[in-house]
Ligand binder design. Structure first.
Ligand code: BGC
Length: 270
């Protein structure tokens, strides 16, 4: 697969100053897409990510925006259009955890996580869909061509319940149905919507687990393939879903989890 159709396509990747988003923006940039590096708080990380892409010969811009804020999301898209003239791909990735037992969880911890992980994806996908339709009106594509692609970042916790993380699990369960419903509604308009659901991926979000050897061993018991994933494992699937190679894929979730969703506890039990 060469992904040659990605060359010069414009891709917004939210939450791309670190972790999975950063790997996606670097990988799409290396495949010739014009990329938008987005961060909410750390300009320094965003700038460093953009510089890495540019040093590798890629093209991109840096835009600050909090995806849970409607005006910020509108500005993210308008600044992209100002710089590159259009948007072809949205990787709706920005996400966070604020863990707490259910009994102790504050409304603020609930609202923050739902705000970024679920409402943020609603705001970004709505903006992208509106823009894709507007662009297609101005420059009608050939009859069968897709007018835009969206990849939503979900998690294995869109199907695996997760005690102590109810805000996160509820947000990702919501992303699963957001993605499927959008795909059903937007496919006739030739917009492709899909999701990826990572398992345990070595990033800052779960550093507390993989940096501790005892906790890592416990985690590996949940992964039949016996390795913790890398952000690049996810970026490669995102690139495939962003390209025309996956043109007939609509409303799908790809679980990239070393088998975490296979109920590994049942391998020698049940
Ligand atoms: C979470 C990680 C966790 C993984 C597997 C991800 O969605 O963000 O913290 O390690 O799921 O449980």
């Amino acid at each position: 697969m060469s992904y040659s159709d990605l060359k010069n396509k414009v891709a917004i990747i939210t939450g791309s100053s670190s972790g999975i988003g950063q790997a996606c923006v670097e990988y799409l940039g290396s495949l010739g897409a014009k990329v938008v590096v987005n961060y909410a708080r750390s300009e320094e990380e965003g700038q460093a990510t953009l510089e890495k892409i540019q040093k590798a010969g890629g093209t991109g811009i840096l835009v600050q925006a909090d995806v849970s804020n409607e005006a910020d999301v509108q500005r993210l898209f308008s600044e992209t259009v100002e710089a590159f003239g259009r948007v072809d791909i949205l990787v709706s990735n920005a996400g966070m955890q604020k863990d707490s037992s259910f009994l102790d969880m504050s409304l603020d911890e609930w609202n923050k996580v739902i705000g970024v992980n679920l409402t943020g994806q609603f705001l970004c996908t709505r903006e992208a869909a509106r823009l894709f339709v507007k662009q297609a009106k101005n420059t009608p594509p050939s009859e069968d061509a897709c007018i835009g692609k969206m990849i939503l970042m979900s998690s294995v916790h869109d199907v695996i319940p997760w005690a102590g993380h109810v805000n996160y699990a509820a947000s990702k369960g919501g992303v699963l149905m957001l993605m499927k419903t959008l795909s059903q509604e937007l496919a006739p308009m030739k917009i492709r919507v899909n999701a990826v659901s990572p398992g345990a991926i070595k990033t800052a979000i779960n550093e507390e687990v993989w940096s501790d050897s005892e906790k890592s061993q416990e985690l590996l018991k949940l992964i039949p393939y016996k390795r913790i994933g890398t952000a690049l494992d996810i970026a490669k699937a995102v690139a495939w879903l962003s390209s025309d190679d996956s043109d007939y894929v609509n409303g799908a979730t790809i679980y990239i989890d070393g088998g975490m969703t296979l109920y590994p506890g049942f391998a020698d039990n049940g």
